[in-house]
Design a protein around this ligand. Structure first.
Ligand SMILES: Nc1ccn([C@@H]2O[C@H](COP(=O)(O)OP(=O)(O)OP(=O)(O)O)[C@@H](O)[C@H]2O)c(=O)n1
Ligand SMILES: C[C@](O)(CO)[C@H](O)COP(=O)(O)O
Length: 234
């Protein structure tokens, strides 16, 4: 199958503290196969010929970023992160708008903590959404039986999983529409955990593109243990 691939900007929110990982540094700076998680997450974009530029949101007091090889890449710009992930993404979009990017440009937002994005999935997302009026995201259908529980943690129902998917990144939208949706939904104090939820809040219906389930977000220590085992066996 061949896809036409549009040019795009990449935004990498990397200003989280990794509280659930509970490591000695933010999880994006932990090692995986001789490089930091963040370098892996940036790499898939920096290797792509369609990349116009990459904005990475970094906490203002972050001492690690300047020592990463990608910090010296002329295509990479650092902006300050914000309080929540959505604020960090918004800062990056503000930068793009202020530096000549157009409303119609595609922006791909990808978690710093997702180091296992494949080129195949990136091209699939770009190709399948190139002509989409809204945009969309990589996602995977729910694999296991899903339970609704009561406050005591006891199962009270089994949920129909046929319409349940897990949202992954990258998430791909037009710069102008995403900027408006994120800014307005934050002002309205909506619960925005990804770019798609901001677009949904704005009344739009992003398309889900099925990706590989191993494009996991490193959230807890066992996620990194699992990825390290995979890296050893590559
Ligand atoms: N204020 C924030 C919070 C999160 N992120 C980024 O958003 C991505 C996904 O967030 P998550 O897994 O929740 O990361 P953390 O916030 O670091 O983790 P935790 O919630 O466990 O503290 C990460 O790449 C993280 O660096 C960000 O840029 N700015
Ligand atoms: C954006 C995201 O990775 C989609 O799954 C996720 O929502 C961000 O992390 P969090 O754990 O929800 O804070």
């Amino acid at each position: 199958m061949s896809f036409s691939s549009p040019a795009f900007w990449a935004v990498i929110p990397a200003a989280g503290v990794g509280a659930r990982m509970a490591a000695d540094r933010p999880k994006q700076y932990l090692q995986l196969g001789g490089r930091t998680i963040l370098e892996h997450s940036l790499g898939c974009f920096l290797d792509h010929p369609g990349l116009k530029g990459l904005v990475v949101s970094i906490a203002s007091d972050d001492p690690f970023w300047p020592f990463l090889p990608s910090a010296a890449d002329p295509r990479v710009v650092r902006v300050d992160g914000g309080r929540e992930r959505a604020d960090s993404v918004l800062n990056a979009l503000l930068h793009l708008h202020a530096h000549g990017a157009c409303d119609d440009d595609w922006v791909l937002v990808h978690d710093a903590a997702r180091p296992n994005l494949s080129r195949e999935d990136l091209d699939k997302l770009l190709g399948e959404l190139a002509d989409d009026p809204v945009g969309g995201l990589l996602a995977v259908p729910a694999r296991d039986t899903l339970k609704k529980v009561d406050k005591q943690g006891r199962a009270v129902a089994t949920i129909d999983r046929s319409l349940i998917w897990q949202a992954y990144t990258p998430q791909m939208f037009r710069l102008g529409a995403l900027h408006r949706a994120l800014a307005d939904s934050l002002v309205a104090d909506a619960n925005i955990t990804d770019e798609s939820s901001a677009m949904e809040w704005a009344g739009l219906a992003p398309r889900l593109i099925e990706g590989r389930s191993d494009n996991i977000k490193v959230t807890r220590p066992e996620d990194l243990e699992w990825l390290r085992l995979r890296w050893v066996n590559r």
